[in-house]
Ligand binder design. Sequence first.
Ligand code: PHE
Length: 455
Amino acid sequence: MKRGSFNSRLGFILAASGSAVGLGNIWKFPFEVSNGGGAAFLIMYLFFCFILCFPVIVSEIAIGRNTKKNAIGAFNKMGKRNWNFIGKMGVLCGILILSFYTVVAGWVLGYVFEMINGNFSISENFGKYVNNTTNVILYSTLFMFLTALIVSRGIEKGIEKAAKILMPSLIVIIISLIIYALTLPNSIDGIIFYLVPDFSQINLNVAGNALGQAFFSLSLGMGMLITYGSYINDDNNIINSATLITLTDVGIAFLAGLIVFPFVFSSGIETQGGPGLIFQVFPQIFQDLGGITGIIVGSTFFILLSFAAITSTVSLLEVPVSYLVDEYKIERKYSVWIVAIIILFIGIPSALSQGKSIFFSKFITYFGSEKPIDFMQFIIDVSNDTLLPFGGFLITIYVAFVWKKNNLTEEISKGNPKYKGSLMEKYINFSITYVCPLILGSIFLLTFLNKFFGI
Ligand code: PHE
């Protein structure tokens, strides 16, 4: 069976950046920043992305291109079957992420229509809105349907084409919204909160969240880049691609902050942070803009969010689909729909966990904590903040000590003849041998014990 591939280097970069840029940047990043002391969080996040995550990005793409296989098959192809548990963990993690991601994307899609109808009072009724289960499941299903439609068309005609249309539109929308946000009264207070660090807010928990956020936002540690990397040619310069993907992702998260914080501060609304941040605060701001301006800015904002989300859900779906297609020879069009339907069902508890079902809304209380957390937050804690950094940690160990650094160098050198002997090579090798295993490993371990066991 033909595997398909990206048609151009730009296509790959857009698709991989499309995966990276998503709800993580525009929905999750702002509330993580506001919970984590504004710029203090931002600085840690930037450090993690460039120093700890970059070598993992390069490693994942190299594994994918070298083997031309999915996240699990890649390890088998390299003759290291014992290590394919990294891929298995990644596929599982991708499925968990997609299950709650589709629910939030469903909220977003629903909001596009609410804004078009000028229903700004939705902000006071956010709690009611997310508990209108029929509605939420309907919109999530629609979102998953669109995702599956793109993935079923394959790499070049589906994923690459969607990214080529959606990513440029996204950038245009973002820039227009920033210009608009900066003209609002009090926007400067928002910028100050966002860019002047309050270091007293930094603690282990915040560091753990920043690490999880960096991995989540870069779509890292679960085999997405192994999968996308398996669809590129040997003339692709992996270092350049990785740099562009990181810069785009970090850049857009940063820019999203420049929209969100001026909006929040100019509205004068007390933020309680949390997942409701943009859903509760924004419609009120759009309302203040009045009539047709509010409708236009409001629906544009949620369309932006939907565009960002769908290029990510597409990549999340591609990881298990690619596994089924490669390993079980199940045709793409069947694999896509089977996986999509299963994941929709796995997402139901997340949809019910925002108040509708008491059981899922107070799902678990960690050791050393009194507050029960809901099912969706539990899945986020397990996948984003635990499995992703752990996956990244294992990938660097695998590349440095099992696959070996000289093989990594060979692979990267294919599209980048000057790589061998360069400073970049030394940096990557040093990082994956020492920095990533030690620092990534210890932050992961400490925050894991802290979060779940209160140690
Ligand atoms: N990076 C995406 C976001 O920021 C989420 C994602 C995680 C996508 C892992 C694919 C894999 O929204």
